[in-house]
Design a binder for this molecule. Structure first.
Ligand code: SF4
Length: 236
């Protein structure tokens, strides 16, 4: 694992780099120790497509909560087969039933956070498609972030941090890659069906997630502890 100073230096070197360059670096710097998480509902397909070109052995982790839309399961399968991804499906150890009705935070914890935390124990670098323009809570996302999970360091890598939604669509169209079919039906961010609705024109991208509950994140990007002093930027 890199030290915080090394992470800072690397972020400087990668400032303004395209996502492909960032991914190529992280895959080479962490052989067998870097993994990507993708929900197949948005910009993650950009990273999955790039990974399929760089190194298909890199694990592409999908959190199977048991509550995804049928379209998500079908699209995930199609995308995996088309690009030969090393798809790893993560599931909860227990089924808490429809806990989303009464305690969505705990539901997400059991169905998403705990399975990912267990899986990340085998990795030093975690790649994700989080972007700054997705929501206020994501607006400070950096290209590289030094985090800890229970005291163990992990490098979070966000190659699309400074990409816009338009950048994602440009990449999808220019490369002719498939995208989630519900994106053509008014959905702008797609998670579990009980907690996702389409958005109206002009609404923020993630407004349809846990709508009306005050909840904005599932916890996947808040359970790790960011070393604030060591956060590093990747300006375009
Ligand atoms: S998004 Fe909803 S259904 Fe999915 S894990 Fe979270 S609370 Fe449960």
């Amino acid at each position: 694992m890199l030290s915080p100073g090394e992470v800072r230096e690397r972020a400087r070197a990668l400032r303004g780099a395209e996502p492909e360059t960032v991914l190529t670096w992280v895959v080479g710097a962490f052989p067998g120790k870097a993994a990507l998480t993708v929900s197949f509902g948005g910009g993650g397909v950009v990273l999955a497509h790039l990974i399929s070109r760089i190194d298909r052995a890199v694990p592409v982790m999908f959190l199977d909560t048991g509550f995804h839309f049928p379209e998500t399961y079908a699209f995930k399968q199609r995308f995996r087969e088309q690009y030969g991804l090393n798809l790893v499906e993560l599931r909860p150890l227990t089924d808490p039933g429809p806990l989303y009705r009464t305690d969505p935070d705990r539901c997400c914890w059991i169905r998403k956070v705990q399975p990912l935390e267990r899986a990340l124990a085998a990795f030093d670098a975690w790649i994700s498609a989080v972007r700054q323009d997705q929501s206020a809570t994501r607006s400070t996302t950096e290209l590289l972030e030094y985090h800890e999970i229970a005291g163990r360091p992990i490098l979070k890598v966000f190659p699309l941090a400074r990409w816009s939604r338009a950048d994602v669509w440009r990449y999808i169209r220019e490369n002719g890659i498939p995208y989630h079919p519900l994106l053509d039906q008014g959905y702008t961010s797609i998670g579990c069906w009980p907690c996702t609705r389409p958005t109206a024109p002009g609404e923020p991208e993630r407004a349809g997630r846990w709508s009306g509950t005050g909840k904005t994140e599932c916890g996947l990007h808040t359970f790790t502890v960011k070393r604030e002093a060591d956060a590093v930027s990747g300006e375009r």
